[in-house]
Ligand binder design. Structure first.
Ligand code: GRF
Length: 212
């Protein structure tokens, strides 16, 4: 069975959606860059090993990245899953796990890379917003896209209501992307990911389609 390590920074709801999805993976550890991340307790409650490598203990980004990589490698994961991990990772780190490092981002990339995606979506007046699972590459939030889900932006939306609607979709698409990843179904060709689902239904707001 493939092994994954999940990196979090906060409440860890995406992590929980992965843990609760009955994926054919061994979750070797959940690691946070914050000792007080609420998600660490939730992971421990499910019997998963946890640890914290606090970025504030390191003088430079490179030193933190190196310590984090060393800790990750202790668990010999096949894949590293960023689930609400709120630190930018340097090129050495990203390249060390090239093709093995996934992230979820709360926007329809390449729109709204970076932070405050829901506020910016409201400010720009977009009518459709969503979330993206992508491979991590050197350019922030620009790696090859695995799956996206779209939601409508309503006139009554606030940052919070929009974030809630998007998060619900994050919890659907991230476990699915990991299922494909560990099954060896994702082929990266340039900046495109081929998944190879025969007879995929059309006309959906999730691309590729996944069952409800
Ligand atoms: C999610 O919206 C994720 O996409 C973003 O930060 C949030 C983390 O939420 N990067 P959680 O910790 O998974 O609940």
């Amino acid at each position: 069975m493939k092994r994954i390590v999940i990196l979090i920074s906060g409440r860890g709801s995406n992590m929980l959606s992965i843990l609760d999805a009955n994926l054919p993976v061994e979750v070797a550890a959940v690691i946070s860059n914050r000792r007080d991340a609420a998600g660490l307790a939730s992971a421990r409650a499910r019997g998963i090993k946890t640890c914290a490598i606090d970025h504030r203990d390191y003088a430079t980004r490179e030193a933190f990245d190196a310590a984090l990589a060393e800790k990750i490698d202790e668990f010999s994961p096949d894949y590293v899953i960023l689930a609400g991990f709120m630190r930018i990772l340097g090129n050495d780190f990203v390249n060390r796990y090239a093709g093995r490092l996934l992230n979820i981002h709360p926007s329809l990339l390449p729109a709204f890379p970076g932070t405050a995606t829901h506020r910016r979506a409201l400010e720009e007046g977009v009518k459709i917003h969503g979330c993206t699972v992508h491979f991590v590459t050197e350019k922030l939030d620009h790696g090859a896209i695995v799956i996206q889900a779209a939601v409508p932006v309503l006139e009554t939306d606030t940052e919070e209501t929009l974030a809630t609607r998007v998060l619900k979709q994050e919890h659907r698409i991230y476990p699915e992307a990991i299922r494909w990843l560990v099954a060896g179904r994702l082929k990266i060709e340039g900046n495109r990911v081929c998944i190879g689902i025969p007879g995929m239904p059309k006309g959906t707001l999730i691309s590729p389609e996944i069952p409800c």
